[in-house]
Design a protein. Structure first.
Length: 305
């Protein structure tokens, strides 16, 4: 393989002296000089490696200057020895690895009709300015510290609108993904009910239910805000909860209702009083989650609910 200077001299653009000057410039490059020293290259290997040294310098400068024509975005050029010959390869940068790690954390959080911003919440974003928030925060931390994929009991957070119930559980989901590599699905239940109803026409109701009933950690958000129906209660929600109860899969809930009020909500059926059927659902909710009341004012417009 001819040197850079030889190739350029053949084109008629360089005299021999110019060729030697360019070769000297390449070899004087600190990164190239360090590589030659570390690898203990012979004179023949150095001469043979000049084109690769030059390629490395050009690519490195593009990388450092963030040139638009640098094609290996997120990868840094490095010199290596390949079967006795100098070569250029590309390694992942710290920035790329960090971006990939963040993407992996985000990908483990599935949002179903929930704000996209919920993927970016952290436990430190939670304000701990009253007793009830502090107790729930401690319960979340305890869940994280003692997490088991099977058998970990969730929380049923209830309280007024905008007090931060969903926000706190979304922050927990981020911690589950980042610290434990556990996937969480945050499901806005009223929207999910509509999706399931729309799936009746296509015959894909079972697929909609199966899609969520077996996820690692499930957060059913705003339960009780959906339009009450016996079909939804018995053929959708109870199927999901029954499966998760039998498999002891971690399940969380948020609601504006306490458990007594939620039972009354589910007891409202077209056939009149359906308390027994509602109690069956509540039995599964109680098995899966500890009820906790989140008090306080509406924080929906604040930055840190």
């Amino acid at each position: 393989m001819e040197s850079i200077g030889q190739a350029m001299a053949k084109s008629g653009r360089l005299m021999r002296g110019d060729s030697q000057a360019i070769e000297a410039q390449i070899l004087a490059d600190p990164d190239v000089a360090n590589f030659i020293s570390q690898e203990g290259l012979s004179q023949a290997q150095i001469v043979q490696g000049l084109p690769k040294f030059n390629q490395f310098r050009l690519e490195r400068d593009k990388y450092l200057q963030r040139k638009d024509d640098y094609v290996a975005k997120g990868y840094e050029p490095v010199l290596v020895m390949n079967e006795g010959f100098v070569d250029v390869t590309y390694k992942e940068t710290a920035a790329l690895k960090e971006a990939q790690a963040k993407r992996a954390v985000s990908d483990r959080i599935e949002l179903v009709s929930m704000p996209r911003s919920y993927k970016d919440l952290h436990l430190e974003d939670i304000s701990l300015d009253d007793i009830s928030r502090g107790r729930i925060y401690e319960a979340i931390v305890d869940f994280l510290d003692n997490f088991q994929a099977v058998g970990s009991k969730g929380l049923y957070l209830y309280g007024d609108m905008g007090v931060g119930k969903s926000y706190m559980l979304a922050a927990m989901a981020h911690e589950l993904s980042e610290r434990l590599q556990v996937a969480t699905t945050l499901l806005h239940f009223p929207s999910f009910v509509i999706d399931v109803r729309n799936a009746i026409a296509s015959g894909s109701v079972k697929e909609e239910i199966d899609r969520v009933k077996s996820v690692q950690v499930l957060i059913i958000d705003d339960i009780g805000a959906e339009q009450a129906s016996s079909w939804m209660r018995d053929e959708v929600l109870q199927v999901i909860l029954q499966h998760r109860m039998l498999e002891e899969l971690p399940t969380f809930f948020t609601s504006n209702y306490n458990l007594t009020e939620l039972e009354r909500h589910f007891a409202q059926g077209k056939k009149g009083d359906e308390t027994w059927q509602a109690q069956r659902v509540l039995e599964r909710v109680r098995f899966l989650a500890h009820p906790m009341h989140l008090e306080g004012a509406n924080r929906r417009n604040e930055k840190k609910p």
